[in-house]
Every structure is written in structure tokens, then in C-alpha cells.
Design a binder for this molecule. Structure first.
Ligand code: PCG
Length: 153
């Protein structure tokens, strides 16, 4: 649901501590807070599915998510990392990638996220250098090419 004005200060308090917003003015963070929504996902829920189209950017307000990725030549998605409070995800599909490039799964006991739609994301934070992360996808793919799966025992 859209956040009420009464939560604005509380949200500002959190957002000013989020590392990607480190160098933003209070005015800009306030504008971001104005248009953020919040959502809750129960443990095990797929917040993002690799390959789908996406229009939402997420910041973890509380809880943790697991990132998994299906890599060419492998049959099961690989566990890549865990993201925690203050971490963001979902920027790739909004910054030129056509589709979601990994799965994001809520971990127990559930996760609370703050979200921005594509339009607000691009207008307010799309230019931040901190969003242009190198996650090491290329190295993972290269590893698959250079190290074929070992034969079954
Ligand atoms: P997006 O929109 O592709 O949806 C999946 C998200 O997972 C992606 O944006 C990133 O925000 C996040 N993510 C976290 N770790 C990784 C990683 O190692 N590789 C990729 N491609 N995305 C990751």
C-alpha cells in the first residue's frame, strides 16, 4: 500500500542510512520516500523470477532474500548470495536489461520491502553509480564454459 504521510519521517530515517543513497540530498531522499510503496513476502515466495519482465525496484526494509540464478549448461538454479536489510535488487530489468537476470526468494520468517516503479526509479535514482554493480555474471558463465560438469559418479 502507499505509505501515509505519518510514516514519512520513519522512512526518511531508514532511507538516509541506506548505502546507495549515501550521497543524495535530504530533499531527493524525501521525494523518493513520497513515492515508495511497501510490500511483504512470506518465506519461500519468489519476489522475482529470472526471465520474466519486470517494472519494480526493491530495497529490503527487514528480513533477507536469497538470490539464485540458472546458468547455461546447469540444470538447477545456483545459489548466488543472500541480501539483507538496506540492500537493493531488481535494478537490472530497469536499466536496459530486457528481463530479470536472477531469481529473488524471500527467506524465513518473511521479508518487508520498499518498492519503486520503473518511472519513479528512472526519474529519481536511475543515474546513481552505485546501481551499476558488477555481480560477476560473466565469470560464472565463463566458468561453465571452461569447466564442464564432472561426469556422474
Ligand atoms: P534484476 O532486475 O535482473 O532481477 C534480479 C535481481 O537480482 C537483479 O536485478 C539484481 O538486482 C539481483 N542480483 C543480486 N545478485 C545478482 C547477481 O549475482 N547477478 C545478477 N544478474 N543479479 C543479481
Amino acid at each position: 500500500q502507499r505509505l501515509g504521510m505519518e510514516r514519512h519521517n520513519q522512512l526518511m530515517n531508514f532511507l538516509t542510512k541506506v548505502s546507495i543513497f549515501e550521497n543524495l540530498s535530504e530533499d531527493r531522499i524525501s521525494k523518493i520516500a513520497d513515492v515508495m510503496d511497501q510490500d511483504y513476502y512470506a518465506a519461500g515466495h519468489y519476489i522475482i523470477r529470472q526471465g520474466e519482465k519486470g517494472d519494480t525496484f526493491f530495497i529490503i526494509n527487514s528480513g533477507q532474500v536469497k538470490v539464485t540464478q540458472l546458468i547455461e549448461g546447469e540444470t538447477e538454479p545456483r545459489e548466488i548470495r543472500t541480501l539483507n536489510q538496506g540492500d537493493f535488487f531488481g535494478e537490472r530489468a530497469l536499466l536496459g536489461e530486457e528481463v530479470r537476470t536472477a531469481n529473488i526468494i524471500a527467506l524465513a520468517p518473511g521479508v518487508e520491502v520498499l518498492t519503486l516503479d520503473r518511472e519513479s526509479f528512472l526519474k529519481l535514482i536511475g543515474d546513481l553509480e552505485a546501481l551499476k554493480k558488477d555481480y560477476g555474471d560473466k565469470e560464472r558463465l565463463a566458468r561453465v564454459i571452461h569447466e564442464p560438469p564432472s561426469p556422474p559418479k
